[in-house]
Design a protein around this ligand. Structure first.
Ligand code: PNS
Length: 162
């Protein structure tokens, strides 16, 4: 049976650290679904459609990667799609506690899908979507941190005062 994994997240927007995890996870699993959380309560810079558009423009040459969105519990999505694994990236020790908690809660809710962690490459260990947004808001340089298409979309948004 094909091993299909999901890489869930807010991706507001995707960073080069996320792309690094996607590339590496796509080599380990037969298929990887990058799934964006639909989260109305969390204030995001980009809408769901914009986040998916940026994802699609940023990851073009990986045949076994597809894109989707989900709402509600991640484990329900895993059950519905009969997924083998949940992929998460670990940047630093500080990520570990929360990630462990989520993985254990998810396993307690549904133990047919395993959480698998990928350690991010060192050059991205400090990188997060929130930090990039903050730096961009104050005019700092964000080249090389997020894909060029995401930079263009972020600059458009900021220039419109959004
Ligand atoms: O990129 P993020 O914001 O760190 O991703 C967090 C995400 C989307 C993986 C997490 O918030 C999630 O799975 N949300 C869906 C709701 C859910 O299942 N919550 C229980 C998790 S233990």
């Amino acid at each position: 049976m094909a091993k299909i994994a999901v890489y869930p997240g807010s991706f507001d927007p995707i960073t080069n650290g996320h792309i690094d995890v996607i590339k590496r996870a796509s080599k380990v699993f037969d298929h990887l679904i990058v799934a964006v959380l639909v989260n109305d309560s969390k204030k995001s810079m980009f809408t769901l459609d914009e986040r998916l558009d940026i994802l699609k423009h940023s990851i073009e040459n990986l045949d076994n990667v597809s894109f989707d969105s989900f709402s509600g519990l991640l484990v329900d999505y895993c059950k519905e799609k009969q997924l083998s694994a949940i992929v998460r990236g670990l940047r630093a020790i500080s990520d570990f506690e929360f990630e462990l908690q989520m993985a254990q809660m998810n396993r307690q809710l549904y133990d047919e899908t395993e959480t698998v962690f990928f350690t991010t490459s060192e050059q991205y260990s400090y990188l997060s979507s929130s930090l990039v947004k903050e730096v961009a808001k104050f005019g700092g340089k964000i080249d090389g941190l997020i894909p060029d298409y995401a930079i263009m979309k972020m600059k458009q948004k900021l220039s419109r005062g959004e």
